[in-house]
Design a protein around this ligand. Structure first.
Ligand code: UD1
Ligand code: UDP
Length: 365
């Protein structure tokens, strides 16, 4: 079976790493297309080295743009590669514009399509990711779901066939890399941090980075929290641009305990997460990682797709208003119990088994 994996954004390299390893272990042939949606070294190249992810066979170099332009350019270039490679199946991950372009290109060429992280919903169509998720799920003939709630969301939309509850490949990744991060990462020392005595924050969602009131609310709250303990803030390039335009990174607005840094590699990131006292984020991946690592999480959004983390009491959706964020941060006491969520760390192996079963079913007709 010849598979083509299509990705282009930071979280997708992390999701693809365990799957790529499992595909190789099963002796399957994987061709990788990188759309070039993320292109800075610390948003892309860095991850291939540390995740031991094979270098892409095709790098499309699409880069930034409006949604239409970016997705359209990807679609045209992906189609050309798929026509040349003629794979048996395409694999896409998550909910980015690279996911949508890959799915659309495959569907139009009648190439079977597996969507990894299918069924997630925020029920907020103003989010570009929600539009991508809904469309990609409806184009896919294999839906790899991380949770029962994802399966239920799909069934409610009339997608009832070929749903596979495999767990979350990001859990596979964190299990595999956590101890490596502990052994290799030097980030705590480099930033002068003491385990359990700092806060970690990330912000990149369009609704936050591109809405001045929300961005200012979040940054003011982080600065207020930095009066009491260090706040480490690896900044996505999109957010950095907006913060710089608004002058929000300039002293004396920021205190010396507020540590804005460049985006970091995955091993440094999970090390920082693992040792943080609390995490504030609008990232999907970081919410789950906080949960798995047992770190209380405040979600800087008005809703989340990862509802189980909220139900467990370990994640609180706090929006982007300064006072609400501070109230939650100062009163947050997670419960003693932390139920097991999103699989058993074998999602990638299960995914490959389902792919092989589907191929066999096709062969015997
Ligand atoms: C994208 C995904 C989002 C995902 C996120 C992961 C979409 C619609 N959004 O958002 O779901 O959570 O990736 O991080 O696909 N930029 C750089 N260097 C880079 C990458 C981006 O400078 O290497 C800047 C560019 O100015 C670009 C902006 O960031 O215009 C936004 O990048 P883009 O890939 O369009 O969206 P993200 O915000 O990264
Ligand atoms: N991450 C990273 N370095 C950073 C910020 C995040 O390695 O500076 C990792 C993080 O640990 C998680 C993934 O990137 O595995 C999440 O990606 P992101 O927040 O960009 O996107 P989302 O998950 O919201 O789609």
């Amino acid at each position: 079976m010849k598979l083509v994996t299509i990705f282009g954004a930071r979280p997708q390299f992390i999701k693809a790493a365990p799957v790529s390893r499992a595909l190789r272990a099963a002796g399957l042939r994987e061709i990788i297309i990188h759309t070039g949606q993320h292109y800075d070294d610390n948003m892309s190249a860095l991850f291939f080295d540390e995740l031991e992810l094979p270098k892409p066979d095709y790098h499309l170099g699409v880069g930034p743009g409006t949604h239409g332009r970016q997705t359209g350019r990807m679609l045209e270039k992906i189609e050309a590669v798929l026509l040349k490679e003629k794979p048996d199946r395409v694999l896409v991950y998550g909910d980015t514009n690279s996911t949508l372009a890959g799915a659309l290109a495959a569907a139009k060429l009648h190439i079977p399509l597996a969507h990894v992280e299918a069924g997630l919903r925020s029920f907020n169509r103003a989010m570009p990711e929600e539009v991508n998720r809904v469309l990609v799920d409806h184009l896919s003939d294999m839906l790899m779901c991380p949770s029962q709630s994802a399966v239920d969301n799909l069934i409610r939309e009339g997608i009832t066939l070929n749903l596979h509850l495999i767990g979350d490949v990001m859990y596979d990744a964190i299990q595999y890399y956590r101890s490596r991060a502990g052994a290799r990462s030097k980030i705590l020392g480099a930033l002068g941090l003491v385990p359990g005595k700092y806060i970690l924050a990330t912000v990149h969602r369009a609704e936050n980075s591109d809405t001045p009131d929300r961005l200012e609310g979040i940054v003011s709250a982080l600065n207020e929290l930095a009066r009491d303990e260090p706040v480490v803030f690896p900044i996505h390039p999109r957010t950095r641009r907006q913060l710089e335009n608004a002058g929000l990174l300039n002293p004396p607005i920021t205190s010396s305990n507020f540590k804005p840094i460049e985006p970091i590699g995955y091993l440094d990131m999970i090390r920082l997460e693992d040792c943080a006292r609390m995490i504030l984020t609008d990232s999907g991946g970081v919410q789950k990682e906080a949960y798995w690592l047992g770190v209380p999480c405040i979600t800087l959004r008005d809703e989340t797709e990862w509802v189980e983390t909220v139900r467990s009491g370990w994640n609180v959706v706090a929006g982007a208003g300064k006072e609400r964020i501070l109230d939650v941060a100062r009163s947050f006491l997670p419960p003693a119990h932390r139920p097991h969520l999103y699989g058993d760390g074998q999602a990638a192996t299960k995914l490959v088994a389902r792919l092989l079963e589907a191929e066999e079913a096709k062969r015997i007709g």
